[in-house]
Write a protein that binds this ligand. Structure first.
Ligand code: NAD
Length: 352
């Protein structure tokens, strides 16, 4: 198959982890007979330096002509200038522009990393869940009033039935492709927007009768994630609840550097990126773990290009390399030996 992929290295460790992920995709292309074109563009701090704009129009246009986008990370202390343009705005603008309303974050515990997490190993056995966070609505985009001269401020959470349905559809379909279980998270007992959320999910369930649906209040969900993490399959939540729960759950994969994500809209087009930031403290030192980005590239193959076998080939290669004992700096105690970003990624490429 032929595919055109826009690559946005971004800032900090972004270029290091993106470079290796492109090599992984090139290996997949040559092994499985595909033709991938990689178009590199700029976004984030580097785009502010060059054009004074975190998301230049040229980057958006190139994105529109692509099948998918692979992004490193954006931001850093250099651009933390009061009143100055913020690199992260490029990311928000990109999600809005392409209407990427569903953010998928898988959380998997690798057997060989089970001791890298603060939870007891017996709780983590078999953890394999997929979070689906609503990404373009809710309280992060609702009307707000800053404090200013007044002694109060407010934010508003607004969801329409259509907004809930479209993200819940993604979640039900994902559950059908996995273990047929969906947990919908809300705060039904207090919030009107949550009562709309739950009603819309229940009504949609009629179309997915084969999926077992449970509803959890967000406060209970934070607890259940720690007491019975392996029981979750697909979890769907609003923008803010999903934001909080996915950070809690990401701890289970052993390091921030391990976790991938996909942001999807109604078509096949998607934006794929690791969940970590630009890690300015380790940039340029060969200490970045490329796994989150490499697994994001696997998600790109799965969701935007429909190449399930190829996606699994990458995921299996990551697992094998971890099983072999290879570790990046973030996965070993300080002062221990570790593989550089390049060495670790090369081991994955060799394994594919
Ligand atoms: P961060 O994720 O960059 O780093 C947090 C800690 O995790 C650091 O100690 C870092 O060294 C470590 N870490 C992160 N990724 C790693 C990897 N792949 N391998 C090994 N260690 C890794 O978060 P932060 O320090 O809060 O933010 C740094 C910058 O990144 C800020 O400017 C922030 O705004 C930006 N940021 C961007 C995104 C994004 O582009 N999606 C997300 C989060 C933060």
């Amino acid at each position: 198959m032929k595919a055109s992929i826009m690559v946005l290295p971004g800032d900090g460790i972004g270029p290091e982890v993106i470079g290796k992920s492109v090599e992984v995709l090139q290996k997949v292309a040559s092994k499985y007979g595909h033709e991938f074109t990689f178009n590199e563009a700029i976004m984030g701090g580097i785009a502010i330096d060059m054009y004074g704009d975190p998301l230049p129009d040229e980057t958006l246009r190139l994105g529109e002509q692509s099948d998918a986008i692979l992004l490193g990370a954006v931001g850093g202390p250099k651009w933390d200038v009061p009143g100055g343009p913020r690199p992260e705005l490029g990311l928000l603008k990109m999600r809005k522009h392409f209407d990427l309303f569903a953010n998928l974050r898988p959380v998997k515990v690798y057997k060989s990393l089970i001791n890298n997490t603060p939870l007891r190993p017996e709780l983590l056995e078999g953890v394999d869940m997929l979070f689906i966070r609503e990404l373009t609505g809710g309280i992060y985009f609702g009307e707000r009033r800053e404090q200013g001269d007044s002694d109060s401020a407010y934010d508003t959470e607004i969801y329409s039935v259509a907004e809930v349905e479209r993200v819940a559809n993604v979640a039900f379909r994902a559950a059908q492709g996995r273990r047929n279980r969906l947990t919908s998270v809300d705060k039904f007992n207090i919030l009107a927007s949550s009562r709309l959320w739950r009603k819309a999910v229940i009504e949609l369930h009629d179309d997915y009768a084969d999926v077992e649906l449970e509803h959890l209040l967000v406060d209970a969900c934070t607890m259940h994630l720690l007491t019975r993490p392996a029981s979750f399959d697909v979890v769907v939540a609003s923008n803010m609840f999903g934001d909080i729960l996915t950070d809690e759950a990401s701890v289970m994969s052993g390091s921030l550097g391990m976790a991938p994500s996909a942001s999807l809209g109604s078509g096949k087009f998607g934006l794929y990126e690791p969940i970590h930031g630009t890690a300015p403290d380790i940039a340029g030192q060969g200490k970045a773990n490329p796994t989150g980005t490499i697994l994001s590239a696997a998600m790109l193959l799965r969701y935007s290009l429909g190449l399930e076998n190829e996606a699994q080939a990458i995921e299996k290669a990551v697992e094998k390399v971890l099983d072999s004992g290879a570790r990046t700096a973030d996965l070993v105690p300080r002062g221990s030996e570790y593989q550089s970003t390049n060495e670790f990624a090369q081991a994955i490429i060799n394994e594919i």
